[in-house]
Design a protein. Structure first.
Length: 359
């Protein structure tokens, strides 16, 4: 009876008949062999794929390390900070120990259509190691696309050393201009420029484009420059126009030259006076006509004493040169070469961040 009942509920095709154990084992072996062991054709395809990837990797490795670097096309647009522009070395002349006057030229059709207010610079790229550094053209760019730079070779200055090896006819890439400090007329009664070494170049550009060319400017200018020895002073092409203009316009432009040490050095005949020693707080007070105020130690402890003439004139200090000199004059840079607080000699005198700018 139970057999008949079972046959009625389940069709004959669905009867659950136990499978012998030896058949289950044989089925598992066949399934495992299909999954784990690829066929000969599949194994050959995988080996071929691995070989192709290896050959492609080795080919790319060889191209990167053993072939010449591809020459990237330079933009033929006007001189711009967004791309590199080709320039040609016109001349490279020695101008003192480890320094040169280098003149570059860009094609005339790449000269910017608008004038750029000082102070601005361009980045020059060392193609050998793909590093760029900013340099200030002494007079900007003229109608022929010429720019002249005073560049010193430093032991750790990669781009400066590279530029000193260039000869007339060599090609150099540059981009710019980039504003270093924007000149605004009728903003300051007096601008005091303090420089060391090749840090004078931004002020030479300001002199060439503003101080001696714009007679309507009412701002008075004072330049205090320092070099280690007389031989390391700026060449006559830079220094002589400054000296002559200071003699002819003492009410508009004053010049004071300092050297750390004059012993055993050849004196520059064109300079009427050469100050020996570094630019310190005493020199700043002397040449700016500042007098020390007699204040109590209690007021000095709590706040800075403002300079005596702060209410009388709007004065701005521009400082440019080696970092140790900048720190001694105006305090070190902040993080990521930000301005940081005013310190050094100017901080002790009492000037603040809105009166001091570190280039």
């Amino acid at each position: 009876m139970w057999r008949q009942l079972a046959r009625r509920r389940l069709p004959s095709s669905r009867l659950l008949i136990p499978t012998p154990p030896h058949r289950i084992q044989n089925t598992q072996k066949r399934w495992t062999s299909r999954v784990a062991a690829p066929s000969k054709s599949e194994g050959y395809t995988q080996d071929k794929r691995l070989a192709t990837i290896s050959i492609a990797f080795l080919a790319g490795f060889s191209i990167y390390f053993f072939l010449d670097d591809p020459v990237l096309p330079t933009s033929q647009g006007q001189l711009s900070p967004k791309h590199f522009t080709p320039s040609l070395v016109l001349s490279s002349e020695d101008s003192g120990p480890n320094s040169k006057l280098i003149k570059l030229a860009i094609p005339k059709h790449l000269i910017p259509s608008k004038n750029f207010n000082p102070i601005w610079s361009v980045y020059i790229k060392d193609d050998d190691i793909q590093v760029e550094r900013a340099y200030t053209p002494l007079s900007g760019v003229d109608e022929n696309g010429h720019m002249t730079f005073w560049i010193k070779r430093y032991p750790r200055g990669e781009v400066g050393r590279w530029l000193h090896t260039k000869q007339p006819g060599d090609k150099i890439e540059l981009r710019g201009p980039l504003t270093t400090w924007p000149w605004r007329e009728d903003t300051w009664d007096e601008i005091v420029m303090i420089s060391g070494g090749t840090g004078i170049t931004p002020f030479v550009q300001l002199f060439n484009n503003v101080i001696r060319s714009e007679e309507t400017v009412d701002t008075r200018f004072t330049l205090l420059h320092s070099s280690r020895t007389p031989e390391e002073l700026p060449p006559p092409a830079l220094l002589d126009p400054l000296v002559q203009y200071a003699d002819q316009h003492p009410d508009k432009f004053k010049l004071h030259i300092f050297v750390d040490d004059e012993t055993g050095s050849k004196r520059v005949e064109s300079l009427p006076r050469l100050n020996t020693g570094r630019i310190t707080e005493n020199e700043l007070r002397q040449y700016l006509g500042l007098k020390s105020k007699q204040t109590s130690w209690w007021s000095k402890f709590w706040h800075r004493t403002p300079p005596q003439d702060e209410a009388k004139r709007k004065i701005l200090f521009l400082v440019c040169g080696p970092e140790p000199m900048i720190a001694a004059i105006a305090g070190p840079y902040g993080r990521n070469f930000s301005q940081g607080p005013v310190g050094g000699a100017l901080g002790r005198i009492g000037y603040t961040s809105n009166q001091v700018y570190k280039l």
